[in-house]
Design a protein around this ligand. Structure first.
Ligand code: CAA
Length: 384
C-alpha cells in the first residue's frame, strides 16, 4: 500500500498549479460570477491538454486505460477547485456527459465525439434529472420511440449543467415498459437537432451554467442509441460511480482553499493584543478543519485507487462524496466564522466558497441518496 502520488501524478499537480495561476485564474476572474459557460476557459482547457486525460489515445487523448484514470480525474478536480473555484465545473461537466460514450459508445460514436472533447472543442452535458424524477431517477418519463430508422424523443430534463452551451447531450429515456432499469436507454442528441430546445436557464446559489431542456418530437438517427437498448440506467450509475468520487475531490479542493484562507487570516488578524491564532479556540477550530480535510482526502483517493485497480466503487464513491460534502460545508462555515463580518461580504473568497460547497451536496446524488446507497449495501451484505 502506498499513500503517495507517483512522480507523474506529482508532476500533474505542479503543472495544474502553474497553468491555473498563469492562464485559467485570470480568465475566470475577468469573467466573474455568471450563470454561463465561459468559452475562453473552455478553449484554454482544450489547449492545456487536461481534457485529454479523460480520453483514450486512439481518440486523441492521453488516457491509456480507457477513461478510468480516476486518480488523475480527482487530482485535476481537487487542484482546480482549490485554486480556481469559479472555473472547476468547466472541466468536469463535459467529462461527466461524455463518459458514457467511452463506457458504451460504438466506434463511430467515439470517433465522432471524443477527439472534440479531448481538444476542448466539444462541450457535453449529462441529461438524467427530470422535473418529477431527481433522486428517484428510475421514475424518469422522457420517452424514446423507435419509428423506422429514427428515435423520436419527447420529454423534459431539468438541472442540466451546460444546458445551452453543450454541443451534445447524453440523454436517458424510457424505451420500454420493462421493469426496473431495463426500460431505460441512453442516447446522444446533438444540440442543433430540431425538436430539442433549451427552455430556460437557472440561476443557482453559486454561479453555474445550468438549465432546463425539452424534447418535442425530437428525431435522432437510430445509430444515436448509446450502447445496448435497456442498459442506459446502468451506464448512468456506472458513470456516477466514477464521478461521485471526483465531486468529493472537488469538495476537498474547496475545503482546503477555505482552510488556507482562514489560517492565513487568523495569523494576521489582531484581537485582544495579538493574532487570532493565540486563542486555543481558534487553534482547535483550525486543527479540526485540517483533520477533517485530511480524512476526507484519504477517502477520496482510496475510492479512486480502488477504481483504478478495476473494482466497482459504488460504496467507496458514496462514502467519499457524503463525507467530503459534510466536511466542506463545516470547513467553509468555520472559515467564515474566523473571518467574522468580513467573511459575509460579497467578493470575499470565503463567502464564495461558502456558497460553492452547497450544490455538490445535492447534485450527482444528494447526501440522503449516498446514505441510502451505503445503508442498503451494508445491510444487504452487498458491501462486505
Ligand atoms: N452500477 C451498475 N448498476 C447499478 C448501480 C451501479 N452503481 N446502481 C444501481 N444499478 C442497477 C441495479 O443493479 C438495478 O439493476 P436491475 O434493474 O437490473 O435490477 C438498477 O440499476 C436499479 O437499481 P436499484 O434497484 O438500486 O434502484 P433504486 O431506484 O432503488 O435506487 C438510486 C437507485 C441509487 C437511488 C439511483 O436512482 C440514484 O443514484 N439516484 C440519484 C440520481 C442522481 O445521482 N442524479 C444525478 C444527476 S447528474 C447531476 O446531478 C449532474 C449535473 O448536471 C448537475
Amino acid at each position: 500500500m502506498d499513500f503517495n502520488f507517483n512522480e507523474k501524478q506529482q508532476e500533474l499537480v505542479s503543472y495544474i498549479e502553474k497553468w491555473v495561476k498563469d492562464v485559467f485564474a485570470p480568465i475566470a476572474e475577468e469573467f466573474g460570477e455568471q450563470d454561463a459557460l465561459c468559452l475562453d476557459m473552455v478553449y484554454a482547457l482544450g489547449e492545456s491538454g487536461l481534457m485529454k486525460t479523460m480520453i483514450p489515445p486512439e481518440f486523441g487523448g492521453t488516457n491509456d486505460d480507457n477513461g478510468t484514470h480516476a486518480t488523475e480525474l480527482c487530482i485535476i478536480r481537487e487542484t482546480l477547485a482549490r485554486l480556481c473555484p469559479l472555473a472547476e465545473s468547466t472541466y468536469s461537466v463535459t467529462g461527466l456527459g461524455s463518459y458514457p460514450v467511452i463506457l458504451a459508445g460504438s466506434e463511430a460514436q467515439k470517433n465522432k465525439y471524443l477527439s472534440g472533447v479531448a481538444t476542448g472543442k466539444t462541450v457535453f452535458a449529462f441529461a438524467l434529472t427530470e422535473p418529477n424524477a431527481g433522486s428517484d431517477a428510475l421514475r424518469l418519463s422522457t420517452q424514446a420511440r423507435l419509428e423506422g430508422d429514427e428515435w423520436v424523443l419527447n420529454g423534459r430534463k431539468i438541472f442540466i449543467s451546460n444546458a445551452g452551451y453543450a454541443d451534445a447531450y447524453t440523454v436517458f429515456a424510457k424505451t420500454d415498459d420493462a421493469p426496473g432499469s431495463r426500460g431505460i436507454s441512453a442516447f446522444l442528441v446533438d444540440a442543433d437537432t430540431p425538436g430539442f430546445e433549451v427552455v430556460r436557464k437557472l440561476s443557482m446559489i453559486a454561479p453555474h451554467p445550468i438549465g432546463e431542456i425539452s424534447f418535442s418530437n425530437c428525431r435522432i438517427p437510430k445509430e444515436n442509441l448509446l450502447g445496448e437498448r435497456g442498459r442506459g440506467f446502468k451506464y448512468a450509475m456506472q458513470t456516477l460511480d466514477v464521478f461521485r468520487s471526483s465531486v468529493a475531490a472537488q469538495l476537498i479542493g474547496f475545503a482546503q482553499a477555505a482552510l488556507d484562507k482562514a489560517a492565513a487570516y487568523a495569523k494576521t488578524r489582531q484581537a485582544f493584543g495579538g493574532p487570532l491564532t493565540q486563542f486555543q479556540s481558534i487553534q482547535h477550530k483550525l486543527a479540526d478543519m485540517y483533520m477533517e480535510v485530511e480524512s476526507a482526502r484519504n477517502l477520496v483517493y482510496y475510492a479512486a485507487w480502488r477504481k483504478d485497480l478495476g473494482n466497482r466503487v459504488t460504496k467507496e464513491a458514496a462514502i467519499a462524496k457524503l463525507y467530503a460534502s459534510q466536511v466542506a460545508q463545516r470547513v467553509a462555515y468555520e472559515g467564515q466564522q474566523i473571518f467574522g463580518g468580513y467573511g459575509m461580504i460579497k467578493g470575499n473568497p470565503i463567502e464564495l466558497l461558502y456558497r460553492e460547497v452547497r450544490p455538490p451536496a445535492i447534485y450527482e446524488g444528494t447526501t440522503e441518496i449516498q446514505h441510502m446507497i451505503i445503508g442498503r449495501g451494508m445491510l444487504s451484505g452487498d458491501f462486505i
